[in-house]
Design a protein. Structure first.
Ligand code: FNR
Length: 365
């Protein structure tokens, strides 16, 4: 029977085991320029024992930024910063994917020289994002009603994803993951509630899904199917988006991913964020559409991961908060060692505290 500690092939990349690090925004990039830095390198190197690290969400363009101090992958300085991180992760024996991100309406005009953030439609996200306050510390502010992208602007967004993929490759990443989950730009196009468009990118599901698939095709063209995966969150409320058609949208995308033969589908499950438990009938439906590698994430522990692996419903599990607090998580899970508890107050923004100072088991002993 397959175990979490068996190797697995994800597209063009061989992973030594199936305990993966989920993408985790930590808002510690250097300013000006949203540049990956030495502190981030230390954080990722400490976690190089993951079967695969998926990087924090990384904006594909200045327009794609939605939170303070998140890193980008659109400037030469950012690519050089990431190169120092991927080299160090590889030297430590690890593998790392870049998560390609455009936050769409989950953003603020202060990131865009006073211009409104863009989305599928001018439908507001009635919630807040994080900017730098006057005291320099993270402050929560309401998101403005966004501006709808004009049809003529969409090729530019697709091109930004393509260029970001070229940049990720140049930066030494092993794979890219397109972030199509959690209420960000691609999800805003997918969900009817946030997409009221009447052009070829709005209306029935196939048209709402088109931007995600146009982006996927451009990203595959820039690299190849063996180096590309997509993260989706079909069920549950994330960042103000709770798509009543989400289940169908997830299956539609999974079928399109299978047709293209991409490296993996990363399923973000909603229960950790207050949503419902995903039931096995949905997992089975997703598996029927997508025979490739499925990564499950959201409130996983060894028991949940092993059960779903044995049932053939996932191929690997990604851990978020446990990896924040336990740099040596796979080693701890392998022996059933106790886990450090994550400190929520240091999740977003700040320095080394709560970021690179969690002890390994060896250090504790
Ligand atoms: C996240 N998550 C997340 N997801 C994503 O796709 N891109 C991201 O940048 C982030 N950032 C992020 C930051 C922090 C601090 C948390 C806690 C979560 C979601 C994450 O990848 C994962 O799906 C959840 O944390 C659920 O998994 P766990 O924590 O229950 O293992």
């Amino acid at each position: 029977m397959t175990s979490l500690f068996d190797p697995v092939t994800v597209g063009a990349v061989e992973l030594p085991h199936r305990v993966l690090m989920a993408p985790l925004t930590r808002m510690r990039a250097s300013q000006p320029g949203d540049v990956p830095n030495d502190l981030m390198r230390e954080h990722y190197v400490q976690r190089a024992g993951a079967g695969l690290i998926v990087s924090e969400g990384t904006q594909i363009s200045p327009d794609g930024k939605g939170y303070m101090d998140t890193p980008g992958i659109h400037s030469a300085e950012q690519v050089a910063g990431w190169r120092r991180i991927t080299d160090a992760v590889h030297a430590a024996g690890g593998r790392i994917a870049a998560q390609l991100w455009h936050t769409g309406r989950v953003s603020h005009e202060s990131f865009h020289d006073g211009r409104l953030p863009v989305s599928a439609s001018a439908t507001p996200y009635r919630n807040r994002t994080t900017v730098r306050g006057e005291d320099g510390r993270p402050t929560r502010v309401p998101c403005p009603t966004p501006r709808a992208l004009a049809t003529e602007e969409i090729p530019r967004v697709v091109e930004d994803y393509r260029q970001a993929t070229v940049n990720a490759r140049d930066a030494g990443f092993d794979l890219v993951e397109i972030h199509a989950a959690h209420g960000y730009l691609l999800h805003q196009f997918l969900a009817a509630d946030s997409n009221r468009r009447t052009d070829a990118y709005g209306g029935p599901l196939a048209r709402r899904a088109r931007l995600t698939l146009d982006v996927l095709d451009a990203v595959v063209e820039a690299w190849d199917t063996g180096h590309v995966g997509v993260r989706i969150s079909p069920i549950g409320a994330f960042n103000g988006l709770d798509d009543p058609d989400g289940a169908a949208a997830g299956l539609h995308l999974a079928a399109a991913f299978a047709e293209r033969g991409i490296a993996f589908l990363h399923l973000s499950e909603p229960d950790w964020a207050g949503g419902p438990q995903l039931d096995d009938s949905y997992r089975e439906a997703l598996r029927a559409e997508f025979p490739g590698v499925i990564i499950g994430a959201g409130n996983y522990d060894v028991a949940k991961a092993e059960r779903l692996l044995a049932a053939g419903l996932i191929d690997a599990a990604a851990f978020g908060r446990p990896f924040i607090a336990n740099p040596d998580l796979p080693a701890r899970l392998a022996v059933g060692a106790p886990l450090n508890e994550p400190d929520l107050a240091s999740f977003y923004g700040g320095g080394a505290a709560g970021y690179t100072d969690y002890p390994t088991l060896a250090a504790v002993r």
